[in-house]
Design a protein. Structure first.
Length: 420
């Protein structure tokens, strides 16, 4: 039986595995390394985060993105975006150097029994561990507007369904959303000759400013410090103090996790959209139906009701981390999880869920530890704190002992979580 099973091999899973191996834990790591970046983002996209805020985490800090770039003749400079393909390759390089061998099989089911957890792989092997770190990324949490659900994938897809956009050359596509995924997808579509428009609920598009120079007068740094989530003291707090963020009132945490760093396009994609892509602000899809040749979208706007027909719809509408979307957990295990009012799973100070021994990482913990958990930036804090929590849990349970089943709300999260 292993001390720790890491499920997921993206930036969070690989960082956790590196810290766990350094701590001397016996572990297994499952998942296709950097799968979201390799399989669910079209070629030509760039990383929105700054290169210096996009490091995976190893305890010695040896395997940083700038080191990878220097070894491979790539540029890693402030305010110069990194291609997604390069970042995915960096993650694979990190996995080779900083992580024990990764088993690329998918874990299809996770159950709990006396002594710990059992993970079942896609080919039926059962692997046993005393603790589990669930770092499954964003793909289980894909969010599609209710009006679009149920239509065939030939007509409606999510932006994360595409590793390339070639199939849409010469076609008519409508992108729904006002964030980076929507705007960069629209730009790539337009640049390949697709007729594309963007529907946005907001009254206008919002764009991130060009970041201030890295080297600048001290008083500018004091007034608006750099951070992994952008300049300014508020972003610095979210980025650098997730442990303190956890102590904010629950309602405040949930609101910030939902609204902070809201939909906006990167400064470097603005010229590729404005004046190039048709944008329909203040439009909300109320219904959608299949029609000959594509999809009919019924919409509501300031001008009243209307409709349009398009060959395909791409919903760039993000992800919503709800506990009930964690489908690889057995029903019995999933129902032991306490949740917050927004439906996300509640976690304690070391990322342990309400089920002893089950730890969570990444987007699922944003309502607990803040917006940094939506970005690679959060991996460093998570890996260190989570592995510390795993070691604490293992010390409470002697080898061969039994991790106790959940009992009421006897865990260390504050305030007490509620089921919704």
């Amino acid at each position: 039986m292993y001390d720790l099973l890491v499920v997921g091999a993206g930036p969070y899973g690989l960082s956790i595995a590196s810290h766990a191996a350094d701590a001397g834990l016996s572990l297994r790591v499952f998942g296709r390394p950097m799968a979201s970046w390799r399989d669910h983002m079209p070629r030509g996209m760039f990383l929105k985060s700054e290169p210096w805020a996009s490091n995976l985490s190893d305890p010695g800090g040896r395997w940083r993105l700038d080191v990878y770039c220097a070894e491979h003749g790539l540029t890693s400079r402030h305010a110069e975006p990194i291609p997604v393909e390069a970042f995915a390759s960096y993650g694979l390089w990190f996995a080779r150097h900083a992580v024990p061998e990764v088993d690329e099989r998918t874990v299809t089911r996770l159950t709990y029994g006396p002594g710990g957890f059992t993970a079942v792989t896609e080919d039926g092997e059962a692997v046993h561990a005393r603790t589990v770190a669930l770092a499954v990324g964003v793909m289980p949490f894909v969010e599609v507007p209710p009006a679009l659900r149920g239509l065939h994938p030939a007509l409606v897809t999510h932006s994360s369904d595409h590793s390339d956009l070639d199939r849409f050359r010469g076609r008519d596509v409508t992108v729904i959303g006002g964030g980076q995924a929507a705007l960069e997808t629209a730009a790539l579509l337009a640049e390949q000759g697709t007729r594309v428009r963007v529907l946005v609920r907001a009254d206008r598009l919002r764009w991130n400013d060009v970041p201030p120079p890295w080297e600048r007068p001290w008083w500018q740094n004091v007034r608006s410090p750099h951070s992994g989530l952008g300049p300014g003291w508020r972003n610095w707090f979210y980025s650098e103090r997730p442990g303190l963020f956890r102590h904010l009132p629950e309602s405040t945490r949930s609101r910030i996790a939902t609204t902070a760093l809201g939909p906006a396009g990167a400064w470097w994609v603005r010229d590729r959209v404005e004046g190039v892509v048709e944008v329909l602000p203040s439009h909300e899809v109320t219904a959608a139906s299949a029609v000959p040749g594509g999809v009919r979208l019924d919409m509501r706007s300031r001008q009243g009701a209307g409709s349009l027909e398009t060959e395909h719809v791409i919903a760039a509408t993000g992800f919503r981390a709800r506990y009930d979307r964690m489908g690889l957990l057995s029903d019995e295990l999933r129902e032991t999880l306490a949740s917050l009012p927004d439906g996300s799973p509640a976690v304690g100070r070391d990322f342990e869920s309400s089920h002893p021994g089950l730890f969570l990482a990444g987007l699922a913990t944003a309502s607990g530890f803040g917006p940094a958990m939506r970005f690679v930036q959060g991996a460093t804090f998570t890996a260190s704190a989570l592995v510390r929590g795993v070691r604490r849990r293992l010390r409470k349970t002697p080898t061969g002992g039994t991790i106790p089943m959940p009992a009421g709300s006897r865990w260390d999260a504050t305030p007490s979580p509620v089921r919704h």
